[in-house]
Design a binder for this molecule. Structure first.
Ligand code: ATR
Length: 272
């Protein structure tokens, strides 16, 4: 029987994961099937168990089930435990391994695809929700000079600072307090682009950056990246590369093979 994988979420029809994993499977000659599973909001556990019992080897988990997947896993990788969220499940004999490949995907995209090493950089991470939490440890492992977390609700940024400060130099800040600071890399991990609102970031901050990165992506520049561009950001990137890199990392967790990501990123860009 062909090994089965899928992405599970709600909604799911927009997901590019089936396309990405089909491309990886072709490229690496892996006999596997990868589908999209729409789960009712209260049906995640039941659908997952059913999938596992019918030959499922692994799942990518997306909104809104990453927390439930974290609870369902019987063993967690360090990065998933720290993220308190799981985007990759691997079904083993007795166990369900929960991993989180989002942060590794972001780091690989910035360092390998965009050629910007994080070591010794001053990094600003905007947002303190699930998306931000998932990338903090992988960023800190690259030894930036300082990682500043800023959030509309500052207490949440402070809580993340407390949780992760054993792993590196971290600071929590309000948006208003960033005026006179300088950053090499600014990463948007808020969901602001989704509702077309913008975090209140001092526009002068963008001019002095090397890279402004939005973890969101779309067929056009996100609203946040357009704003950064209008205010002098010399280099912009959206989260399409991160999407492909986190998928490649999941593929590696499941199959032990690291697919080439560049052709898949290029394919997605040209189909946009
Ligand atoms: P996700 O899993 O995508 O991170 P989340 O956990 O709901 O979703 O977190 C959303 C993040 O985007 C939060 O940091 C949120 O800020 P608050 O903690 O203050 O709510 C941030 N966010 C959403 N809309 C925003 C906006 N218009 N301006 C600034 N921050 C915003």
């Amino acid at each position: 029987m062909t090994d089965r994988y899928a992405v599970i979420g709600n909604p799911i029809s927009h997901s590019k994961s089936p396309l990405i994993h089909a491309a990886f499977a072709r490229q690496t000659h892996q006999a596997m099937q990868y589908d999209a599973l729409l789960s009712p909001l209260d049906g995640f556990q039941a659908i997952t168990r059913h999938f596992q019992e019918h030959g499922g080897k692994g799942l990518n988990v997306t909104v809104p089930f990453k927390l439930e997947a974290h609870q369902l896993a019987t063993r967690l990788t360090d990065r998933a435990a720290n993220a308190q969220a799981v985007n990759t499940l691997k079904f083993e004999q007795e166990e369900i391994l929960g991993d989180n490949t989002d942060g590794a995907g972001l780091v690989r995209d910035i360092e390998c695809n965009l050629g910007v090493p994080l070591i010794n950089k001053r990094i600003l991470l905007m947002g303190a929700g699930g998306a931000a939490r998932g990338v903090i440890l992988p960023i800190l492992l690259q030894q930036p000079l300082l990682l500043t977390i800023t959030n509309r609700t500052p207490e949440k940024a402070r809580a993340l600072k407390q949780q992760f400060s054993p792993h590196g130099d971290l600071m929590a800040s309000d948006y208003g307090m960033l005026r006179d600071r300088q950053f090499d890399i600014i990463i948007n991990a808020t969901s602001a682009s989704l509702n077309d609102a913008l975090p209140e970031l001092f526009p002068g901050l963008f001019e002095r950056t090397m890279l402004v990165y939005d973890m969101m992506y779309g067929s056009e520049l996100t609203r946040f990246l357009r704003y950064a561009q209008q205010h002098g950001a010399p280099r912009l990137a959206d989260g399409l590369g991160m999407l492909v890199e986190q998928a490649a990392e999941s593929f590696f967790v499941w199959r032990g093979i690291r697919p080439e990501t560049q052709p898949v990123i290029a394919m997605l860009k040209s189909s946009n």
